[in-house]
Design a protein around this ligand. Sequence first.
Ligand SMILES: N[C@@H](CCC(=O)N[C@@H](CS)C(=O)NCC(=O)O)C(=O)O
Length: 252
Amino acid sequence: MVCLQCKFSLSWRQIHPAKVTAMTDVVVLGFPRSTYVHIVRLVLAQKGVAHSFRDLEPEMGSASHLALHPFDRVPILQHGDFTLYETSAIATYVDEAFEGPSLQPKDVRARARMNQWISSVNSYYYPYMIYHVTHERLVFPQLGIASDEKVVAHALPKVQRALEVLEKALGHGADYIVGSELTLADFFMLPSTYAFGLTEEGKAIYPKYPSFCEWRARMEALPTVKRFRASLPPRNPIEHARKWGVSHRPKY
Ligand SMILES: N[C@@H](CCC(=O)N[C@@H](CS)C(=O)NCC(=O)O)C(=O)O
């Protein structure tokens, strides 16, 4: 088969990788409560791409897990014979490989703004909201491990700063983070802010940020998000988190 644009001989799969296997063989691997797994599953849902979920909880850190993700994390996406890790790579792959509404602005500056938000979630929102506070307040106590107050105290000013920044940005008055269109930035922001909102600290400080609360309500009202929440199992303890105390729990 010859590609009409580049004139090279290519297999049908090389020319139209998604078209061959779309809707039939997309698998997300991870543990059910993972914030980053939720980003990927929400993006897939918004794109209308059916997928199955493989619960890696019993295998976390094992040779079979490390063969899929050499850095011992989740999520991992499998699409046919293609395996990919790192949420930013997965989210843009899903957006570009499948049909459905684009979640990346065409305008170069709006796309840069979206990427600025994605990077900010990875660097400033997830680490303090989830890795520090949510783990200490929800994940460890569910396993009978006491919260470390120093970790929470270190993170809270950073969480407040992050929320101030988001509140100011949402002052543009449009529905979504980058503007009037839903983008990947909204789906990156939602899971971290959702889980932090389950902590006492989140419940106490969220009302100080009204535009952010309106954005959350708008996101939770999306049919995709409602269906996704309804499909999730109960928030059972994350068993493999017992070993975080010796591997990568923050310490101050
Ligand atoms: N840079 C990674 C981060 C993924 C990440 O931190 N995932 C967490 C769950 S939300 C994880 O795998 N934790 C497992 C562990 O720490 O043992 C990405 O973007 O996918």
